[in-house]
Design a binder for this molecule. Structure first.
Ligand SMILES: Nc1ncnc2c1ncn2[C@@H]1O[C@H](COP(=O)(O)OP(=O)(O)O)[C@@H](O)[C@H]1O
Ligand SMILES: [Mg+2]
Length: 229
């Protein structure tokens, strides 16, 4: 299975945006792209969009909908994100509150099913790399089973060095390839901190670092290309 696993230094750091840009870049090159996310929570915070919301609402879509649009995919919500919860909580707690359990054995199958017929799978994690999907089963464990190169979304500013280097270490100690760190949103006028962070992460982390500017989400034609392989 060819693909990438997009993780991040935490929640709300730009994983979905980065995954969407990677998915759209491949789709623009003519590839059939599938997207997957083991669990989505916080759906209570989104206005009901109904099926088929278009790009004009890109800034307010839940993850599975933005990913589907960016990939140009016709996958259903269930195929993209088999576990979806209203409260903005960790997936294992979201499942508990919903009176269910996420079955860790099913997740790699669901990811492979999502990828069936596609040339590239873009999988977005949940929260950071060590977030539990089920008791005793972390995002890391799914990433390891899928064995895809890992993309790390991270903030460009103060605080990112520790978070990013910790995540890189966790990715590598899981035996996975850290393909690229994407600093997002990269400021139009970066200061000394951002410039130094990009260099320091590349140097200490021995990793490729990309800078993703603030995008107009509703204008995908303006997005830059982001290739992982
Ligand atoms: N490059 C970017 N351009 C525009 N908005 C961005 C960018 N990077 C992050 N954001 C914004 O930051 C917030 C968190 O991004 P998101 O991709 O949803 O994070 P995560 O998936 O890690 O929770 C969103 O409001 C998103 O639109
Ligand atoms: Mg997300």
């Amino acid at each position: 299975m060819r693909g990438v696993f997009v993780t991040g230094t935490g929640t709300e750091v730009g994983k979905t945006v980065v995954a969407a840009v990677i998915a759209r870049s491949a789709a623009e090159r003519g590839e059939r792209v599938a997207v997957f996310k083991p669990a989505v929570s916080g759906l209570d915070d989104y206005p009901a969009t109904g099926a088929g919301a278009g790009w004009e609402r890109a800034g307010e879509l839940p993850d599975q909908e933005l990913l589907r649009l960016a990939a140009g995919s016709s996958q259903s919500d269930d195929e993209i994100a088999p576990h979806r919860y209203g409260p903005p909580v960790s997936p294992h707690l979201g499942a508990e509150l919903a009176g269910e359990e996420i079955d860790p054995e099913r997740l790699p199958f669901a990811a492979r099913e999502a990828a069936a017929g596609a040339e590239l799978l873009v999988c977005e994690g949940v929260g950071g790399f060590l977030v539990p999907l089920a008791p005793g089963y972390l995002v890391r464990d799914l990433a390891r089973e899928l064995a895809l190169p890992v993309v790390i979304a991270a903030a460009p500013g103060l605080g990112t060095l520790n978070h990013t280097l910790l995540t890189l270490e966790a990715v590598r100690s899981a035996g996975l390839e850290a393909a690229v760190v994407v600093l997002t949103p990269w400021p139009a006028r970066p200061g000394a901190t951002e410039l130094s962070n990009a260099e320091t992460i590349a140097g200490l982390g021995e990793v490729r670092v990309e800078r993703l500017p603030a995008l107009e989400l509703a204008r995908p034609e303006s997005w830059p290309e982001l290739r992982v392989d």
